[in-house]
Design a protein around this ligand. Structure first.
Ligand SMILES: Cc1ncc(C[n+]2csc(CCOP(=O)(O)OP(=O)(O)O)c2C)c(N)n1
Ligand SMILES: [Mg+2]
Length: 657
């Protein structure tokens, strides 16, 4: 049973039924007015939404971003009108004008819900499966923070709505498995089992036994009529009362419930019902047909009284925060208002040789000490990615305070969970794997960029120079494709010092994600400039006849080439350009000063795509426009011309053309 305190408004006066019908009517009207959108899901899940929000969800519409609120994730984000209606009716700062402006330019009511904690929208959903898996991250964040700060300060749940599409997506299998393994008892998902997806009956493609699947993953499951308010409430109470496992409530529903002709049809998923069907549906529910967007005052009053409990919970929580003992309070403040961090690094000597992944690993202890919210892990590659904070323990239900999360071989869920940790608040998460497998987490990386979530992506084994594992493991197009993603900062440091600088930038960024692209192979420590990394690119070696621009492991090759050219009286400048995005953000004057007016040659062990914009029309690009090869790294460098002498020869050739 749920603990005391859950508000249970009277069921007898039919007000809940009216509230449910209001949600249905608003969804129909908004979609009709926009002439686009998804009426089916909001109508099908209205009973579930009204029950959850009015009786269980711990939120305060006057403080939508209160840290100890319950999180609500709408994974089937196409049903966004359901969320917008609930937020509006419950008194969040989402107005009827916003609802009328559904899907329009400049409105707060995008087709799919985008993150806006000020309005009560927890995360960006739309790509199916993302919400499911991101919610798992939020539940991990709650369990972890509760273990460190105590139940007085951290005591909330993560609820989510998920659909057939969410459960068909592979990432829900990865994330569901992880949630079961970690016994995330405060994670509760309501599955809209309406047996319909866009192409028709789910019977065509989705025949697995969902209950058995989730039970096998360690979840608690229930199977209910999703239009029976009492059954929904009882299922939620049971799910809340049970804390040793995550819960899935399979809710049997009808898509477009209440629309006489559209109910149960795939067409109602994503098309306006049409004026006549809207009229018939309203008539059938006994709802006023005109004007549209009508809400009875008692419905607002019903939700206002239902929200009173959440408001009281928040004021009780604020008192507990005030009364918290010094140590807890200090940790709370450090986690929730982090100070700028400055990393010293272990100190490297020019000429020493180490991989940038190793330099990264060497700075972990310092980061963990200076950044109490630092948390993360890898997809079964701890030793290879050198990402460990404390090797003596790892996150589990027995060790929720551990900051090392073992994700297993689940890159996609790892990406989503990391975003969940980031948007939950209080934490500074990272996730690590081989760079080539960034493909497996790309949808989550994209959402981190879209949400401006400060997730840190650690990608090691960053080029063909990982060697013998061969082309399947060698990233080629990844740098270009990730640089193409708005708001993601991709940093490829040239040596150990630049790696420390890159970490410092990543840790201090709060308005978006940073990807750190690190080598497997050793690189010499150069006389690199940490401040230069913050500007995205800088002159590492002065020269006037030619400018060699390189990133990561190709910077030392450029330096060797410059040495060779100097012997022929050719003065080569070397520019280290670890981060395009930061470099682009500099004043034009700085950029032209760094790149210079001499002919330019770009060197990077990846596709040449995009480098034209750095070298100009008469520049030269030394890239790799094909997949790699399985061989020792020195042989690959020799064969592909990524050595000092080979680069010098290319430059001489180019200059004498
Ligand atoms: C990753 C991804 N693929 C495809 C889509 C397009 N899409 C939106 S909803 C949907 C399936 C609809 O079925 P269901 O999830 O059962 O939702 P319902 O129609 O029952 O509301 C699809 C394929 C998407 N949003 N995300
Ligand atoms: Mg469905």
């Amino acid at each position: 049973m749920a603990g005391p305190g859950y508000p249970r408004p009277s069921m007898s006066n039919g007000i809940e039924r009216l509230a449910v019908n209001t949600v249905r009517a608003l969804a129909m009207d908004a979609v009709q007015k926009a002439n686009s959108g998804h009426p089916g899901m909001p109508m099908g899940m209205a009973d579930i939404a009204v029950t959850l929000w009015s009786r269980f969800l711990k939120v305060d519409p006057t403080a939508p971003d209160w840290p100890d609120r319950d999180r609500f994730v709408l994974s089937n984000g196409h049903g966004s009108m359901l969320l917008y209606s609930m937020l509006h009716l419950c008194g969040f700062p989402l107005t009827m004008d916003d609802i009328r402006g559904f899907r329009q330019w400049g409105s707060h009511t995008a087709g799919h819900p985008e993150i806006d904690h000020g309005l009560g929208i927890e995360m960006t959903t739309g790509p199916l499966g993302q919400g499911f898996a991101t919610g798992v991250g939020m539940a991990i964040a709650e369990a972890h923070l509760r273990a460190r700060l105590g139940e007085d300060l951290v005591d909330h749940r993560t609820f989510g709505f998920v659909s057939d599409g969410d459960l068909m997506e592979g990432v829900s299998a990865e994330a569901g498995s992880l949630a079961g393994r970690f016994h995330l008892g405060r994670l509760i998902y309501l599955y809209d089992d309406n047996e319909i997806s866009i192409d028709g009956s789910t019977d065509i493609t989705f025949s697995e036994d969902v209950v058995k699947r989730f039970e096998a993953q360690g979840w608690h499951t229930q199977d209910i009529d999703g239009h029976d308010l009492e059954a929904i409430a009882e299922a939620l109470e049971a799910a809340i009362g049970l804390e040793d496992r995550p819960s899935l409530v399979v809710c049997h529903t009808h898509i477009a419930h209440g629309a006489p002709n559209a109910q149960g049809t795939a067409a109602s998923h994503g098309s306006p019902l049409g004026d006549e069907e809207v009229r018939l549906a309203k008539e059938a529910m006994g709802y006023p047909i005109d004007p549209p967007f009508h809400v009875e005052p008692e419905v607002y009053a019903f939700f206002e009284s239902a929200m009173a409990w959440g408001k009281e919970e928040r004021s009780r929580w604020e008192k507990r925060l005030e009364a918290a003992d010094n140590e807890e309070r200090r940790l709370w403040d450090q986690l929730h208002s982090p100070a700028r961090v400055r990393l010293d690094g272990p100190g490297f000597t020019v000429g020493d040789k180490l991989a940038t992944r190793s330099a990264s690993g060497m700075v972990f202890a310092e980061i963990a000490e200076k950044v109490p919210g630092f948390i993360g892990g890898s997809a079964d590659l701890v030793a290879s990615t050198k990402t460990v904070i404390d090797s003596s323990s790892r996150f589990s239900e027995a060790n929720p305070e551990s900051r090392d999360i073992p994700f297993g071989v689940r890159e996609h869920a790892m990406g989503c969970v990391t975003n969940g940790l980031a948007v939950h608040g209080g934490l500074k998460p990272y996730a690590a794997t081989f760079f080539v497998f960034s493909d497996y987490m790309r949808p989550a990386v994209r959402l981190s960029a879209l949400m401006r979530a400060p997730s840190i992506w650690v990608w090691t084994h960053d080029s063909v120079f990982l060697g013998e594992d061969g082309p399947t493991h060698q990233p080629i197009e990844h740098l270009a494709s990730l640089r193409a993603m708005p708001h993601l900062w991709v940093i490829r440091p040239a040596d150990a010092n630049e790696t420390v600088a890159a970490w410092e930038i990543a840790l201090n960024r709060s308005d978006g994600p940073v990807g750190l692209v690190l080598t497997r192979q050793d690189l010499p420590v150069l006389a690199t400039d940490r401040e230069g990394v913050a500007r995205g690119g800088y002159i590492l070696r002065e020269g006037s006849d030619v400018t060699l621009i390189a990133t990561g492991s190709e910077v030392h090759v450029a330096m060797e080439a410059a040495d060779a050219l100097a012997r022929d009286d050719i003065s080569a400048r070397v520019v280290s350009l670890p981060c395009w995005e930061l470099f682009k953000a500099q004043e034009e004057e700085y950029r032209t000063q760094v790149l210079g007016t001499a002919p330019r040659l770009a060197i990077e062990a990846a596709v040449s795509f995009g480098w034209e914009r750095m070298v100009g029309d008469d520049g030269l690009i030394l890239g790799i426009d094909d997949f790699g090869a399985s061989a020792p790294d020195t042989v690959i460098a020799e064969k592909l011309g990524f050595t000092g002498p080979a680069v010098a020869a290319r430059v001489r050739d180019h200059l004498t053309r």
